[in-house]
Design a protein around this ligand. Structure first.
Ligand SMILES: Cc1cc2nc3c(=O)[nH]c(=O)nc-3n(C[C@H](O)[C@H](O)[C@H](O)COP(=O)(O)OP(=O)(O)OC[C@H]3O[C@@H](n4cnc5c(N)ncnc54)[C@H](O)[C@@H]3O)c2cc1C
Length: 575
């Protein structure tokens, strides 16, 4: 059995930042990072628009309090305000730290870090590296992993969290190259496994965003928090769903319907295209529903609206948002200097996740913590985003809470012993799981069932939801769950058998989908990204609380947890 002081699952911004913090404060600790992709290929690398922090380089009167207020208002008052205070107070410091590490941020003419406008932020506070911010940050963090001696297991798929008697003890992992299984034990285990965009059929997320960490936690008995809050980004490129960053609107682009109107004037007159994402996505979906969308031939009544950059001019487009221009050109042959881009909402981000306290320690329920288990980044819910995340607050969360969780683990581990694990039991059961997949004689292909799940979630639990649609969705999902027993794998071999990985991921997607639907069905109000047509108002007296969903094969049990409100009293949310 392999053993380390600390195991971190996930090589994106959150996992890498935590690993560095541990090695910088406790260099003698043996820290291993496991990722099913090469760490550089984590979804963080695709982040475009930037990272918010009140550096005051452009808006001198910005404050952390203003950033905190924007974040809490953006969250529709569901964020825990103590966690938001930490996020916004520590933001300037973590940006400077990254810059000292070597991250190449874009500059103002006087050499200071440049900052741009972003949706829902009242000041220009988003720091960026053109529109390739995640790329710039992740490359520095990963090269520092080597420098500080973090051992990396790349292209190993973690398939089980070993959690017994309220303590996380290790993981079982699968080597994608040769199907070899390993049990690893550690004094602390941290999940930084990212989001689950692939639960839906149109997403900005990469193929690896399959919610594995969430499903493995749920299977081990850990509750998942606020899973009903799924962020739809307003501007996914039609029809592929690839992201066109909010930075494009931050730099001045317009949203236009089939009548040529800047329709955001009817939905958020004071913020226009820079309203928060939930409001802008609903506005686009409403325009499309009302017949003011556009068809590929330019006629009215189609499935998308236009994102129009033409008035911005070639020089600004090519210097500030070159990557978005390239994406539209590469994928659809659109030259955004001369033509508008076709866009519609695309699934983008998970506000919910594994519940943690502000040190990244995982909660076992409304009260109490799980020993030795930590989480940060998109897979965690601390909760700084509540019901709706503001753009450029996620990279920030990964770095602030990655650093804090790393620091907490470095304090925690020196007093702990390595846990006892029955290695052969875990090897046998996971080997049997894989053998079953390889030997079952069904007729359903993985891609077919995955597509059916993604279509089901998109149809029944999309931008607009009702009791009827979600009840129907859950029924359908039960049927799909049974079909999982009948999937058929073509590849029976041991070399790079990615079909096994896809089959394991599909099981996780189904679990996450069921938890999203069940949590959403039970929140009978509209708040942030969760929009119920049958309950159109926010209902603070009954639902100003976090959902905790406990998964078991018998069904999902829901409990609730209060919201921490210590800075700003809930108000009506208008822009
Ligand atoms: C296209 C796009 C653009 C974005 N732009 C911005 C932006 O401009 N600003 C902003 O603030 N946010 C942005 N976001 C959101 C932000 O990038 C993500 O929320 C954040 O990067 C997530 O980082 P993470 O470290 O939590 O996880 P990720 O970067 O997703 O990394 C997850 C890691 O976990 C590993 N992993 C997962 N499951 C397993 C398993 N079973 N076994 C082993 N390893 C596993 C993966 O291999 C990977 O290394 C964007 C997101 C997208 C999709």
């Amino acid at each position: 059995m392999l053993e380390h002081d600390v195991i971190i699952v996930g090589g994106g911004l959150a996992g890498c930042r935590a690993a560095l913090e541990i090695k910088q404060t406790q260099p003698q600790l043996n820290v291993a990072l496991i990722a099913k992709t090469h760490p550089i290929r984590s979804h963080s690398v695709a982040a475009q628009g930037g990272m918010a922090a009140t550096l005051k380089n452009v808006d001198a009167d910005d404050t952390w309090e203003a950033h905190a207020f924007d974040t809490v208002k953006g969250s529709d008052y569901l964020a825990d305000q103590d966690a938001v205070e930490i996020l916004t107070r520590e933001a300037p410091d973590v940006v400077i730290e990254l810059e000292h590490m070597g991250v190449l941020f874009s500059r103002l003419p006087d050499g200071r870090i440049a900052q741009r406008a972003f949706g829902g932020h009242s000041h220009r506070r988003t720091c960026y590296a053109a529109d390739k911010t995640g790329h710039a940050i992740l490359h520095e963090l990963v090269s520092n992993l080597r420098r500080y001696g973090v051992l990396v297991y790349e292209e190993w798929y973690v398939m089980q969290l070993i959690l017994q008697e309220g303590q996380a003890k290790g993981v079982v992992m699968f080597n994608i190259m040769n199907t070899h299984l390993q049990v690893v034990r550690a004094k602390a285990i941290m999940f930084a496994t990212g989001g689950y965009g692939r639960v839906f059929n149109t997403t900005s997320n990469d193929f690896a965003s399959t919610g594995d960490g969430l499903a493995m936690s749920a299977l081990a008995g850990v509750p998942l928090e606020d899973m009903e809050f799924v962020q739809f980004h307003p501007t996914g490129l039609y029809p592929v769903g690839v992201l066109i960053s909010e930075a494009v609107r931050g730099e001045g682009a317009y949203l236009i319907n089939s009548e040529g109107d800047r329709f955001m004037a009817n939905y958020a007159p004071s913020r226009m295209e820079l309203a928060p994402r939930d409001i802008t996505s609903r506005a686009i979906a409403s325009e499309i529903r009302a017949g003011r969308g556009i068809h590929p031939d330019g006629s009215a009544g189609g499935p998308f609206v236009y994102l129009d950059l033409r008035h911005m001019g070639k020089e600004k487009i090519m210097s500030r948002i070159p990557f978005c221009w390239e994406e539209a050109h590469r994928l659809l042959g659109i030259d955004a200097v001369h033509e508008p881009m076709a866009v519609r909402p695309t699934v983008h981000y998970s506000m919910g996740g594994i519940p943690v306290n502000t040190d990244g320690q995982v909660r076992g329920g409304p009260e109490g913590l799980i020993e030795s288990f930590f989480a940060a980044g998109e897979c965690a819910c601390v909760s700084v985003h509540g019901a709706n995340r503001l753009g450029s607050n996620s990279l920030l969360e990964c770095v602030v809470y990655g650093r804090r969780t790393g620091a907490a683990i470095a304090r925690y581990v020196p007093n702990r012993k390595l846990p006892e694990i029955d290695e052969s039991f875990y090897l046998q059961t996971t080997r049997a799981q894989i053998e079953t997949l390889l030997n079952q004689s069904g007729s359903i292909r993985i891609a077919q069932l995955r597509q059916a799940l993604q279509d089901c979630m998109t149809k029944y639990c999309g931008v607009f939801r009702t009791d009827e649609s979600m009840t129907e969705g859950l029924k359908h999902l039960q049927h799909l769950k049974q079909q999982y027993q009948q999937i058929y794998l073509d590849d029976k071999g041991n070399n790079w058998n990615t079909e096994i990985v896809e089959a394991l991921e599909l099981q996780h997607l189904i679990i996450v989908g069921e938890i999203i639907l069940t949590s959403a069905l039970n929140r009978q109000e509209s708040r942030g990204a969760h929009c119920r047509e049958d309950y159109p108002e926010r209902d603070d007296s009954n639902f100003l609380k976090h959902t905790l969903a406990f998964y078991s094969s018998a069904g999902i049990d829901l409990q609730y947890k209060p919201v921490t409100i210590n800075l700003f009293e809930p108000q009506e949310r208008k822009y």
